[in-house]
Design a protein around this ligand. Structure first.
Ligand SMILES: [Mn+2]
Length: 466
């Protein structure tokens, strides 16, 4: 276990308090970048880089290739070192010796060359090799030439990397499914193609799936600056949530203020302990492969991108599973302010339709609340397609109600059902109707400045919610 090259904490757990149960080891600190080739290279160790004065114009003009600083990405090593940002205690944690293997699945359209390479290198440099079954790169019909033969040739030096070139644009959701179909590992680990996995990121995720196959494990998503490419750690007292009408967001865990400056033992424990997550961000997670297929993967009626993180989150929670954020697993991600590639269809319409579809299948009576906050969807008379299969699936899996989800998983969401409260529906149908109309009109006014996806989501790149 211990003496592999690049292992940061060299000793196997033995005796004493660190090895309470047999069949476990201290989480491996595999990191092939510990002694980087060029310690003085720009961006090395995750440091910020400044664009030289005489390169400002070039950097500016290349920004749009990825909507981040592409010039700097090309300048810094594809296998740079980054700081170990895990909270105290993480490097001491025990994981099982018989963890499942995983297939890493990365989907991309026209990803920047150096950024894609850095993502793959970070996986290969900082994962225990015996746990990586393969790395599947799904090229979702990119237009860039360098993502064809040149990429195949570069990756041929890594036997575990497989490339799937899709023959037409599938969209993120179906591209992921194409990767999942050919995956051979026990666990599927989905990653974006503009990430840097940190030391010790993988075992804590696989440990959760190993403990229960119905656990879906997400790393803490750290920030790679789109401007200076520095790797920044994040306050980890956050979890994924949604607000009406199903906008993804991050929120503090209730009744848990920010950590004080003094680090007490309880704080250390809390910083490194797993937390339940009502909604996953969507881009980065590990899930048992068989479980993923038992859940019916993503609703195949969802198009391109959008709402699929809501769908899988509701489905997992309501049908007996759990979604967790694992503070000891850290993956950096470039957050972009715009999506560099185009949606095949109208983006707003696609996302709205997906969300409405999710609402129809999973929200029960709470879909009124969703439409109350997105009344323009009703006015648009959106066609969400055939829902029969999804409703059947929900029955077959014997999933719980959305009310159960709200009460047990996300009790801090305000979800007041205003419909017909306290009125006798049989005697006063017109009054009821009037009241509902009025309430919807008021809600609509209140929410006018937050008009669903149009303002909240679509100014961002699809993965901005990460
Ligand atoms: Mn992303």
């Amino acid at each position: 276990i211990s003496s592999r090259q690049g292992v940061r904490t060299g000793r196997p757990a033995k005796g004493g308090s660190s090895a309470r149960s047999p069949g476990t080891h201290r989480v491996l600190a595999v990191d092939a970048t510990l002694a980087p080739r060029d310690p003085r290279a720009p961006g090395q160790f995750g440091h910020a880089v400044a664009v030289p004065e005489d390169k400002q114009e070039e950097a500016k003009s290349r920004w749009k290739e990825g909507n981040f600083n592409v010039y700097l990405s090309d300048l810094i090593p594809v296998d740079r070192a980054i700081a170990d940002t895990r909270p105290a205690g993480c490097s001491e944690q025990q994981v099982h010796n018989d963890l499942p293997t995983t297939s890493i699945i990365m989907c991309f359209v026209d990803e920047v060359w150096s950024t894609l390479l850095r993502s793959v290198h970070s996986v290969l440099s900082r994962s225990p090799p015996h746990l990586i079954e393969e790395v599947i790169l799904v090229d979702d019909f990119s237009t860039k030439d360098y993502l064809k033969e040149k990429l195949d040739k570069y990756m041929s030096q890594f036997p575990k990397v497989k490339i799937l070139h899709l023959k037409e644009r599938h969209g993120l959701i179906r591209a992921r499914l194409a990767g999942a179909e050919i995956a051979k590992g026990d666990v599927l680990t989905f990653l974006d193609s503009h990430v840097e996995c940190n030391v010790g990121w993988l075992e804590p995720l696989l440990e959760r799936v190993h403990l229960s196959r119905a656990k879906v494990a997400c790393p803490v998503i750290e920030v790679i600056s789109d401007k200076d490419m520095s790797y920044m750690t994040v306050d980890n007292f956050q979890r994924g949530i949604f607000t009406w009408p199903m906008n993804f967001g991050w929120r503090q865990i209730p009744q848990e203020g920010k950590g004080s400056c003094v680090s007490r033992p309880a704080d250390v424990r809390r910083r490194s302990s797993v937390r339940r997550c009502p909604v996953m961000a969507g881009g980065l997670f590990s899930i048992d492969k068989k479980y993923f297929f038992e859940l019916g993967t993503y609703d195949p009626g969802l198009d391109v991108w959008g709402g699929e993180n809501m769908e899988i989150s509701f489905k997992v929670w309501m049908c007996g599973g759990e979604i967790e954020i694992i503070p000891c697993s850290r993956v950096g991600h470039i957050f972009r302010n715009d999506n560099p590639y185009s949606f095949p269809k109208d983006r707003i319409r696609t996302v709205e339709r997906n969300l409405a579809r999710v609402a129809e299948v999973w929200l029960d009576e709470y879909k009124d609340l969703f439409y109350g906050h997105a009344y323009h969807l009703i006015l648009k008379n959106l066609d969400v397609g055939d829902l029969t299969q999804q409703i059947e699936l929900r029955k077959k899996l014997q999933c719980k109600s959305f009310k159960w989800y709200l009460e047990n998983v996300y009790p801090d969401l305000e979800a007041p059902l205003v419909k017909a409260s306290g009125l006798n529906t049989r005697k006063t149908p017109y009054l009821i109707q009037l009241r509902i109309l009025l309430e919807r009109a008021i809600l609509n006014l209140l929410w006018a400045d937050k008009t669903l996806v149009t303002d909240q989501m679509c100014i961002y790149e699809p993965h901005q919610r990460l």
